[in-house]
Design a protein around this ligand. Structure first.
Ligand code: SF4
Length: 278
């Protein structure tokens, strides 16, 4: 059983957000396509890198129609610097599935490529003004620490959110939790002295154990090589022969991973050259 959330939590959080919320470009729109693009970009990329890429991407592909008409190779070029190119492929497929408008219900959104429960809920909240509970990493941390005294699991945080969210200001409530988690209730050493919820929080003052560093694993990972393959072909509009590609990428896994990228639809092979798929 969870204790009732003191009414002061909502008031303090929303007031803090008015003064301290991040000025992010997608917060200035409720256009569903723009909100979707921001959510997919932010899934696995730091916000500081998403913000400039978001503006450029929307200038290049201002609508679902424009994205659907564009060759995938152009979309992958516009995705440069964001990583996880499969998201660009999924977004492009999504646009070709629903080039006119996004569905405005959970089932319709979940049926689209690259859209999971979090993305569907975020689009419904920020674009369509619906009241749908959800939790990203920041929300898990803030609601978990506040009520449980520790970071919550996705299921726990979604349940807490469903009980406590501000129904008439759902978008603002979620944006405020995300911003508090990103700037004050941060992962290792929360800045409780700056937190508007400090006097109401069960987890106040806690310090979480550091997570194992994963950077070194990335340096040797297949993901790095896959990214390097796509990057090399971004700069080669006529494609590259497999041997040339391996020389540019500088890794013996190039051939195997390029074959996987062809199978996934990110690359195409024609006349013994590899290039970005169209
Ligand atoms: S008091 Fe500290 S632990 Fe609690 S929500 Fe604020 S920053 Fe997070």
């Amino acid at each position: 059983m969870y204790t009732p959330l003191p009414a002061a939590v909502r008031a303090r959080l929303l007031r803090w957000f008015d003064r301290n919320g991040r000025d992010l470009p997608w917060r200035r729109t409720t256009e569903p396509y723009a909100v979707l693009v921001s959510e997919i970009m932010a899934q696995q990329t730091q916000i500081a890198r998403v913000a400039p890429a978001f503006d450029l991407f929307l200038r290049r592909f201002p609508s679902l129609h424009a994205l659907a008409r564009a060759p995938l190779a152009d979309v992958l070029r516009a995705w440069a610097g964001l990583g996880y190119n499969r998201r660009a492929l999924a977004l492009h497929r999504l646009a070709r599935t629903v080039p006119s408008r996004l569905p405005d219900d959970v089932a319709g959104l979940l049926a689209l490529p690259g859209v999971g429960p979090y993305t569907a809920a975020a689009v419904l909240t920020f674009a369509f003004g619906r009241v749908v509970p959800f939790a990203d990493t920041n929300i898990r941390r803030v609601l978990g620490r506040l009520i449980l005294g520790r970071t919550a699991t996705v299921a726990e945080a979604t349940d807490l959110d469903s009980r406590y969210l501000a129904p008439r200001r759902s978008a603002k409530w979620h944006a405020a939790l995300m911003d508090l988690g990103a700037t004050v209730c941060v992962a290792r050493r929360p800045r409780c002295n700056l937190c508007p919820l400090a006097t109401l929080c069960r987890g106040r003052g806690l310090v979480e154990a550091p997570q194992a560093k994963r950077q070194s694993a990335y340096a040797t990972s297949d993901r790095r090589v896959r990214g390097a393959i796509v990057a090399a072909l971004r700069d080669a509009p006529d494609g590259l022969r497999p041997a040339e590609l391996e020389r540019v990428v500088g890794d013996a896994r190039t051939d195997r991973l390029a074959a996987a990228l062809v199978a996934e639809g990110l690359l195409a092979r024609s006349r013994s050259r590899l290039r970005l798929a169209r």
